[in-house]
Design a protein around this ligand. Structure first.
Ligand code: OOG
Ligand code: NI
Length: 465
């Protein structure tokens, strides 16, 4: 880009992430603490482990890396959000149904908007976990409340038409002239700021009885960034340092336990939502300043993406840990989990690759001593004989059960549920239809990365040597 040249999609994405971060730091100062502590931990890990610390992403990528979370109310709003993210080269990946989580059901279904190809991820991996309220689910909303909710949501506008127009143009032309880029970024960031407009207190409380998340989405006339999450290279150390600073974290780190084997998938933790001053309007029209607990801080550590077989193993191990924890021996859950993992998962990356549980890309070893032998045709042998090395593919997505745990960071009560009976079936196909674009399957994307490396590097190696 020259000083006056157009701004490409990835530059828009990087600028958007940076400006959201600036905005969120202003609105939620504790977020800045989290970012500072993450940076300190990352610097320490880099010093201690050297190049090894960058196996799952360069320090440049990791330092800039964030995920955001937003929540919308209707398929129409979801469709508009999809247009805004398409402008930034971010596509819907994965379907998460948070209504099913046993102890922590939330009336939303979600997807994550993110870049999908390797080069784009390396440039800036910004992703946004995006949830949509499910008013048609009768377990949460009766017919009367559903009707009131849908009327309320139909009457609000989250994204100005000018923003959507610029977004469509950026998506189509894959760039924007600088002035338009500036306007687009301004309008996009503003759409996710916390609004100062007074909240109808009675309506908010009505929804809060169902779920604090329902109130946060459907109780106000705008949306806002719910949290913005930096990435850290040692989340156990981060948890300790935040606790030392007197910041109350949720009870546990969600996802895989700390153990001595390879880091896989995603580990996350958060601090509780803070009471923030908000203008509340009483039924008699008077406005006073009250407090709502909605927004919180979260941090994450990313590991290796698992194949369907690896993911099935992960889900089985979670169940096993649940069963053992339910026996009530008093042993801390984290210790139970660690023991289960040590027993049932390979202890090395090489073994994870050999058992087909993790995704890797494959690369020729440039300085392998020539001993006159020919490279074997079998990938396992190529690896064993040092012709090829495997580089882990980082997990770019989310985990439904962890997400349900993270949602709890701003839930105070249990909410209310009705007995289950037929409602709208929300699934990935339904969501694809609602947003008029395909919700992509994460496994397909990881497999594509692996297959591309095999086609490019490994078949080439066997053909020419
Ligand atoms: C989203 C919670 C899920 C994650 O990182 O798993 C999430 C929300 O609170 O809106 O962000
Ligand atoms: Ni999150």
């Amino acid at each position: 880009m020259t000083a006056t040249g157009p701004t490409s999609q990835w530059q828009l994405r990087a600028a958007f992430a940076a400006r959201l971060s600036e905005m969120y730091g202003r609105e939620v100062p504790a977020y800045t603490t989290l970012v500072d502590v993450s940076r300190e931990v990352n610097e320490d890990v880099l010093r201690a482990r050297g190049a090894d610390a960058e196996r799952l992403g360069s320090i440049g990528r990791v330092t800039a890396e964030r995920h955001g979370a937003i929540r919308v109310g209707t398929p129409r709003e979801m469709r508009q959000v999809a247009r805004v993210f398409a402008a930034l080269g971010m596509h819907p990946v994965g379907f998460y149904d948070l209504r099913e989580a046993a102890a922590s059901a939330v009336p939303v279904v979600s997807t994550a908007f993110r870049p999908v190809d390797g080069e784009e991820l390396a440039r800036n991996p910004f992703r946004v976990f995006t949830s949509m309220l499910t008013p048609a689910d009768p377990r949460f909303f009766d017919a009367d409340l559903r009707a009131r909710l849908e009327t309320f949501l139909a009457g609000r506008e989250l994204f100005p038409p000018e923003l959507l127009m610029l977004a469509d143009r950026a998506a189509q032309e894959r760039e924007l002239p600088q002035e338009d880029a500036e306007r687009f970024l301004h309008l996009a960031v503003r759409s996710f700021e916390l609004s100062a407009e007074p909240v109808d207190a009675a309506w908010y409380r009505t929804l809060e009885r169902i779920s604090a998340v329902a109130a946060d989405i459907g109780g106000v006339r705008s949306t806002h960034l719910n949290h913005l999450t930096p990435r850290v290279l040692d989340i156990d150390e981060l948890y300790r340092r935040m606790t030392e600073r007197g910041i109350e974290m949720i009870d546990a780190i969600q996802g895989p336990p700390a153990w001595h084997g390879p880091d896989v998938l995603l580990r996350q933790t958060s601090f509780r939502a803070l009471a923030e001053p908000r203008a509340l309007r009483a039924p008699d029209g008077t406005v006073r300043t009250g407090a709502l607990r909605v927004r919180f801080g979260e941090v994450e550590a990313r590991g290796i993406a698992l194949t369907p077989a690896g993911r099935a193993r992960y889900d089985e191990l979670l169940d096993l840990v649940d069963q053992q924890a339910a026996q009530g021996t008093g042993e801390p859950r984290a210790d139970i989990a660690r023991a289960v993992w040590e027993r049932h998962l390979p202890h090395s990356e090489a073994q994870l690759a050999a058992e087909g549980l993790g995704y890797f890309t494959y690369h020729p070893v440039p300085d392998r001593p020539r001993d006159g032998s020919r490279p074997p045709a079998d990938l396992g042998e190529l690896l064993r004989q040092g012709w090829v090395h495997a580089r882990p593919v980082v997990y770019e997505d989310f985990l439904p059960r962890s997400a349900a745990g993270i949602f709890q960071s701003n839930l105070t009560g249990e909410g209310t549920r009705h007995a289950a009976h037929e409602g709208t079936a929300y699934d990935a196909a339904w969501l694809s239809g609602a947003i008029e674009r395909e919700v992509l399957d994460p496994f397909t994307l990881y497999a594509r990365q692996r297959d591309a490396s095999l086609a490019q590097n490994v078949s080439f190696l066997s053909e020419t040597s």
